[in-house]
Write a protein that binds this ligand. Structure first.
Ligand code: GAR
Length: 220
């Protein structure tokens, strides 16, 4: 999908909060560093700041809030139907804090990317920065991976890594991780949009070759 004659990758972004990763993606699209068509931003949280960021850019937004459903099953079904109707090439999870249903993950396997604030497979789940400090880790960072039904478990494509310094706390770690996230997420999305990156039949490939280890970008 890289060259101009081909149609652009139609992407949808899911958010739950601040949306700084979404903003970085929008900025890269505007700077032409990222050639995707961001057709919609969907939030489970009506108050997500990321919704304002999208609206400011004229991007279609939608709130799918689970509290307005009778139960989780109805919410999951509505969400899946919505995506089937939109049929995006790519679903970008950018700080989306709801766990996607198994059915959803299987239906869109190879089309969902997530950014996670740790060096996966370490520190899946929440509160990663504090857990890294508590464990006196030396390295920290962020990972972009394809989404599979198991939480934060899909194959890792690219990581941003840096050394933790003595004075770091969870706030400084969060800031450093996020700075790296903005770099690696757009890189992975661009690879996908150029058909360079795929996850099919459980095989992760970049540029036509299996990717057995994630690409690493170190903080300069
Ligand atoms: C990001 O740091 C992202 O890695 C994390 O939420 C933050 C969202 O920030 N995602 C997860 O923890 C998912 N498990 P943002 O809303 O400013 O982009």
């Amino acid at each position: 999908m890289g060259d101009e004659s081909r149609s652009k990758c139609r992407a949808v972004c899911f958010i739950s909060g601040n949306g700084t990763n979404l903003q970085a993606i929008i900025d890269n699209i505007n700077d032409k560093a990222l050639q995707i068509d961001l057709i919609s931003v969907i939030s489970d949280n009506p108050k997500a700041k990321g919704l304002d960021r999208a609206e400011k850019e004229g991007i279609n937004t939608k709130i799918i809030d689970d509290s307005s459903f009778q139960n989780r099953k109805d919410f999951d079904e509505c969400f899946e139907k919505e995506m089937i109707a939109l049929n995006p090439d790519l679903i970008i999870l950018a700080g989306y804090m709801k766990i996607l249903s198994r059915s959803f993950c299987l239906r869109f396997t190879g089309r969902i990317l997530n950014i996670h604030p740790s060096l996966l497979p370490k520190y899946k789940g929440l509160n990663t920065h504090q857990r890294v400090i508590d464990d006196q880790e030396e390295l920290h960072g962020a990972s972009v991976h394809f989404v599979t039904p198991e939480l934060d478990d899909g194959p890792v494509i690219i990581q941003y890594q840096f050394n933790i310094e003595n004075h770091d706390d969870r706030h400084s770690l969060q800031e450093k991780v996020q700075r790296g996230e903005y770099i690696i997420y757009s890189k992975a999305i661009q690879w996908f949009s150029e058909d360079r990156l795929s996850f099919e039949s459980e095989k992760l490939c970049l540029d036509g070759a299996p990717l057995s280890e994630p690409r690493i970008i170190k903080k300069s």
